[in-house]
Write a protein that binds this ligand. Sequence first.
Ligand code: NGS
Length: 396
Amino acid sequence: MVSDEIQLQNLLLSSSQSVTDHARQKIHPITQQILESGSHICPLISGTLVGPLKVNEDLTTLDEDLKILESEFKARTSVHSNLAHRVKKSLEEKDEKLITVNTIEELQKAQVNYTNAYFPLSNVEPPVGVVTPGNCYPHRRTAIVIPYRNRSEHLKVFLRHLHPILLRQDIEYGIYVINQVGNGKFNRAKLLNVGFSEALQHYNKYDCVIFHDVDLLPEDDRNIYTCSSQPKHMSIAVNIFDYKLPYNDIFGGVTALTPAQFQLVNGYSNEYWGWGGEDDDMYKRIRYNCMSILRISEEHARYLMVRHHKDKGNEIMPERFTLLKASLNRQPYDGLKSLNYTVHNRMFGVLYNNISVSIGEPLVKTMTQEEQAVHFGIGIVGIFIIYILLFKRTCS
Ligand code: NGS
């Protein structure tokens, strides 16, 4: 799949040029001068990548490791804030009256001379909860969305493992943990829709959203966390499948779509409550909209799945095959367009953003395995009683 990678790199290259051109039109000449003299746009493929990685599953140092990571993040000053500071200082030295504007429209409205206006680049300065490279301007911005409930240990291992990789990849990114409140049936796909919409509300500059299971850890940092011209399947070689694709149409685990690609298919279906099928439904949506699935080389797209017990509330959904059959009929209305949820809490933090939500219950209630067992038991007892009554009547 080398050609795919080349295609991907070309795409990155062309978009990075347009970002630079765009920035040139808007940036104050002094800002521009400083930009050209020192700071630079992040390279397409960072030189700090190390290739194959070992996953650290040691839980004893986990909290300590995360604390260190957190304090490192807090101590960072990004190239954005450095630059804003330098521009301001340089303008002050020239005794210029500063007017802060973010767009050309604002400048026109303010009716001021272009050279007096200060474009602080604040329109590219990310909010808390978004990590930006320390020494270059990113040209790619990725939101990572994690469907979540009661997996705190996995989340910590995930964060400890993923942050250093993403920092080496020199991209701007935010991690959004979408926590399903309550003990109702888990709905991975609906949580992913929520994550998509929450992430873009938080920071509308993301050009890529990666949908990521919390128990999957990349084993090679050359698996770049960015999007492509087609929806990208990233977790193609997973240890539990002997590092082979279990079936050709699989589109689960870790996937990357641009906002436009995701909107085109109306996001995920909201109707898959419990385990299975929602990712196959997404595959159908993508194909139905004439897009193809891009997969990078198996050597780079390797993942380790952390062992865990079956989650309560995420039992296999028996009706998934019926839903899948009618998938394409539901696509126009079932998805982002019909998404409804209640936010309990939004926390934007240094290591991740936590959004707790209620997402409702399935319209048609499916029984848990325990409920099925109870119903089966009641049925047997009922048959037994009827048999006894009939038997008694024949005898009397
Ligand atoms: C398929 C499921 C997918 C699932 C895949 C791998 O059978 O949702 O297995 O699952 N499709 C249906 O059930 C229709 S895994 O072993 O990774 O948990 O993603």
